[in-house]
Design a protein around this ligand. Sequence first.
Ligand SMILES: [Zn+2]
Length: 343
Amino acid sequence: MSKGRGIIRNILGGIIAGGLMITGVYLRAKRKALQENKIMPLFFHTISKEFFFKCILWLKNNGYVFISTEQLLNYLKGNGTVPDHAVWITFDDGWQENIDNVIPIITEYNIPVTFFISTDPVENGGVFWWSYVSRYGKKYLKTDNTIKKMRLISESRREELIKQLENRFAAGMTREAMTIENVKQIARLPQVAVGCHTAHHVMMTQCNEEELNYEIKTSKEKLENWIGKSVNCFSYPEGDYNSHVREVVQRYRFDLAATTDNRFISDNDDPFLVPRFWVRGEGFFSAAKCQMLGIWNPFMWKILKMFDVDHDFDKFLAHLKNVLADIFELLFAIEVFLSSSGI
Ligand SMILES: [Zn+2]
């Protein structure tokens, strides 16, 4: 995303979060979350040190207790309990900047976290495929030239297009993913669990049988080989799964798989479809608080539906610009009317 759009997004986020707070939606959700005593599941991608520290402080100050994947798994299997107001923290993809921004905080405050890592970027080149698409897709690809479009095509086609971009532009890209050494290093920490996130961060429902098996098997074997421990948890990239995908993941002897379904975890949840709330990790902190309570996404989906833009932020911005232009025009007309009438 460009810097300008990032800033607009942050400002809009702040306004929306302000609205959720003023209208009492936030306070009601906060009270409900603490009363119902369900597990708060969070996932991040990247986050600055300051922002992550703020999230941890907010969780601590509100009485949340951090639990590990193992504790969660025992609870879901009915073999153990979790403390009241438990929170489960996860990170997807395996971004290298989390080594500096997250690791020092979790070690200092002894917070268990799980990193779900895609192995191919770690091993080959260090760049996630969507970075090629956002930088070069519009200019160098014909039809499937945006990240959104690429998520809807077959895995073989996605791979072919990304290979084209990689061959051309890999030399100019900066590393985003952890190195193998980074993965080994974090896996040694008592606070860290490592989980799979496929090899190529594929859309699993777009894979054929062979691709699906390859993506799960290779990533599990590679991670286990690197860290010298068995890897028993998984997260579906982009939360993209169906019943078949879920079944294949289970076949590879995982114990738990995480989705991006926007719910708190309860004791009767399927360990292979564990829900999680996405926390963006930048912008106004009030927005992050709404994200941690799970009220952000449903609200955003409602707004996007109102504008009929189907989860597409670009279209949403275009509509919003039109609406704002209409409002300014109206205000201008009122101003002209008032000044001409001498009011
Ligand atoms: Zn991911």
